[in-house]
Design a protein around this ligand. Structure first.
Ligand SMILES: *Cc1c(COP(=O)(O)O)cnc(C)c1O
Length: 484
């Protein structure tokens, strides 16, 4: 724990007259913002900025950064989120000024290298997934879902069909129904069968000429491979519906099986999951969409094409149009491309195999405590059923908060909804056996406490900067500004 008083904001610590740097002496005339900004738009008084020395500011932010859990600090088994390590070489490459200082609206002839990178990354993702064409424009997985559904609608419309329904399993990630609703579709839920996979009979009974697409996650959100996927695709296609694969769980398949070969028409990728680019924090992301050739004419524009040796930007008339400014978050693409080149095809296939091995190894070490509701084998993650905690008077949320006291992040909890008191654990392939062993030890220790001294678990966390927060009050009495 930082020992200085970093609990206070920079504004509260401000002292008049403190400066970060000395005033620079300019020996050339300086135009100054005041001559560039029209008089009516200039501020009337100086902004109220905190006044501190450079050292104080640096310490403030470094201390804050260590209060947060992050992948560079510790194990992060957040199920479905694929919190794998982000290699630092990707960061160095994304910071090269030839990439970092480009303007998105520069003429094509001045950004040939960037267009080439986009063109090549699209083709690498197509090869990895077995799809025919890829668009890198969407800024996140959920944005990829929305883009894909707009593409599906444009496809149906081009055939004179206005299909209104999207079928979605009850185990799906919440973004699936949200994306379908935002795209203007009606969502219909498909049940899960007793084995945790899609209930194919229920799916078949809901297929009709009004269904635009079935969205399915494979491996699904309980970590199981959808073994009847070919039958599912055939049934959907017979009804004229498209089959969408939520590819957020691609880490289990990469280098082993290709969604395009399994029969899917369209999918999204999460570069910030499978392809090791940084995650969350509100920063830029990338959720590319891959399609089979019949959907390719509808992908967002502009499209990068290669004409002879020249890369061009084109706007096909059938395209749904742009879903993001310029090409999307380009520097995320640079990171993912660097990752794919560094891994090579052998490395990529080790990713899938090791991700699955790590999950099953970890489960084998803790399965005698809380077991999974559905039988394995599991893929890259497993979902514990936390019901057995009830006899100790505890909930999954208590258990998760206590795990954080030991310097690891908590698993995803209460998702998917079909598992009671769910605890979803995804170690990823980038963790060593020693890290997995240490997490298993921590898990077993918290399990022992839950049974012997449940009050310790119930009042956790004890070692974090913030103790138990009142979730209900936080949601009902929102305070979004600092009182300063
Ligand atoms: C992460 C995830 C998404 C959404 O991706 P974002 O990039 O967070 O929008 C969708 N589906 C599944 C199964 C996921 O795990």
């Amino acid at each position: 724990m930082p020992t200085d008083d970093t609990g206070r904001t920079l504004f509260e610590r401000s002292r008049p007259g403190q400066r970060g740097t000395g005033e620079l002496e300019w020996d050339i005339p300086r135009p100054g913002l005041n001559t560039l900004i029209p008089a009516g738009l200039r501020r009337k008084s100086a902004p109220r900025l905190p006044e501190l020395s450079e050292g104080e500011v640096v310490r403030h932010f470094v201390n804050l950064s260590t209060k947060n859990h992050h992948i560079d600090k510790g194990f992060y088994p957040l199920g479905s989120c694929t919190m794998k390590y982000n290699p630092k070489v990707n960061e160095s490459l994304a910071r090269l000024s030839g990439f970092a200082t480009l303007h998105p609206l520069q003429p094509s002839e001045t950004i040939q290298g960037a267009l080439e990178l986009i063109w090549k990354l699209e083709r690498d993702l197509a090869e990895i997934s077995g799809m025919d064409a890829v668009s890198l424009q969407p800024a996140a997985g959920a944005h990829g879902e929305l883009t894909a559904l707009l593409v599906v609608r444009a496809y149906h419309l081009s055939r004179g069909e206005t299909r209104k329904k999207i079928l979605i399993p009850d185990s799906a990630h919440g973004t699936n129904p949200a994306s379908a609703a935002i795209a203007g579709f009606e969502c219909v839920t498909v049940k899960s069968a007793a084995d945790g996979r899609v209930d194919v009979e229920d799916l078949k009974s809901k297929l009709s000429s009004d269904v635009a697409a079935f969205m399915i996650t494979n491996p699904n959100t309980v970590g199981l491979f959808e073994t009847r996927v070919e039958e599912i695709c055939a049934a959907c296609h017979a009804a004229g519906a498209q089959v969408y694969m939520d590819g957020a769980n691609l880490n289990a398949l990469v280098g082993i099986a290709r969604p395009g070969d399994l029969g899917f028409d369209v999918m999204h990728f999460n570069l910030h999951k499978t392809f090791s680019t940084p995650h969350g924090g509100g920063g830029p992301g990338c959720g590319p969409v891959g399609v089979k050739s019949h959907l390719a004419p509808f992908l967002p524009s502009p499209r990068v094409e290669k004409r002879g040796d020249v890369y061009t930007q084109e706007k096909p008339s059938t395209s749904i149009g742009p879903v993001h400014g310029a090409f999307g978050n380009f520097l995320v693409m640079v990171r993912a491309y660097a990752y794919i080149l560094a891994m090579g095809s052998e490395g990529m296939s080790e990713v899938g195999r090791t991700a699955v091995l790590n999950a099953n190894y970890l489960y084998a070490k803790i399965r005698h405590t809380l077991a999974c509701k559905y039988d394995g084998p599991y893929m890259h993650e497993f979902v514990l059923d936390g019901s057995a905690l009830k006899k100790t008077g505890l909930h999954t949320s208590d258990f998760a908060k206590r795990l954080m006291d030991f310097g690891v992040y908590a698993p995803t909890i209460y998702f998917p909804l079909i598992v009671p008191e769910a605890m979803m654990i995804e170690p990823t392939e980038t963790e060593s056996r020693e890290t997995l062993d240490r997490f298993a030890e921590i898990f077993l220790e918290v399990w022992r406490e839950a049974n012997e001294t449940p009050e310790v678990v119930h009042s956790a966390p004890h070692n974090l900067p913030l103790k138990r927060v009142d979730d209900v009050r936080a949601a009902k009495e929102l305070v979004l500004t600092h009182p300063f």
